[in-house]
Ligand binder design. Sequence first.
Ligand code: AHG
Ligand code: MN
Ligand code: MN
Length: 365
Amino acid sequence: MTGYTRPDGASSHAGDGSPEGELGTFKTLEQFIIERQDSFPHSTGAFSRLLRDISLAAKIVNRDMRRAGLIDVYGSTGETNVQGEVQQKMDALAHREFVQALRRGGECCLIGSEEHAEAIPLSSVSQEGDGQYIVLLDPLDGSSNIDVNVSVGTIFSIYRLPDGYDEEKPDPKAALQSGTEQVAAGYIVYGSSTMLVYTTGNGVNGFTLDPSIGEFLLSHPDLQTPDRGRIFSINSGYYHSFEGGLREYLDWLQQQDPETNRPAKTRYIGSFVSDFHRNLLKGGIYMYPATEGSPEGKLRLMYEANPMGFIAEEAGGAASDGHTRILEKSPEKLHQRTPLFIGSKEMVRRAEAFLQGEPERAMPA
Ligand code: AHG
Ligand code: MN
Ligand code: MN
């Protein structure tokens, strides 16, 4: 992994004597996508345009987020979303921007969003594009953190419309595909810088937004996550309502054992995207398990667990509900929840072993 270091070679000269400039060093997201697309025979460019639409919406959300406190985006809309959660103004704004960008772009025929009860067909409007993709979205993840200037994100998951479905009038059921069918997945983290990270099943690449030119630039090529890390991220306020195996795993993580690098460190932002991103880079595990009050956990399979599971696996990590690989779960509904254990492979395997009552299976550390 290379970090985003601003090139100081702006004044250096390329071989032909012309000034090299900053873009001589960094590839834009668009250039990167087009290069990749060229390696697929029969590619029509539709997927490239779809990603362009997503990155455009991300830039608009980013712009508004950066002015939060100056424009009216703090606080709630006064509405609750389909899962009964309070909808923040930024949730609603992000939902609108992504839907609009995808509608205009014409490559997407069906959108499933956390902020809308049913999947939204788009085919009756536009169409310049082929309308062959389905996009599932968490438009704004971690929205309770917006008002206090803490990193939040957007998560997206992309599928192809399966054969036999009408592009003009896609049945919302077409969105209910298992995670293994994803053609791409990604997230945007609006943090100390804004980054877009995505995979098409051919590695994971990260792009940092350079706000001065409004472009995402390839800053983190071919991201790989460590097999094990020192960080665990969980809301341990619910400790007493976790199942026994998980409590044992958390106790194990906190035991003193310098040889196995324990105790581990707790880091929990409360924005899944931000917690995931940090753990991806540094090594660690993020957990949102079942609790007594939420036996299926809190996070949503289709637009939180599946896309991040795809990215985790592509970076060499793992994603599980404690028993089953996330990507192999069969979805029954758009807003289905799932327990989630995601991140460094060895840590996820160990969490599974504890949850299944066989901690020795994962030993030694
Ligand atoms: P969202 O803002 O999209 O509803 O997601 C919030 C999620 C996730 O981002 C975060 O990790 C988790 O909720 C935090 O939940 P707790 O406050 O229960 O820990
Ligand atoms: Mn979320
Ligand atoms: Mn959300």
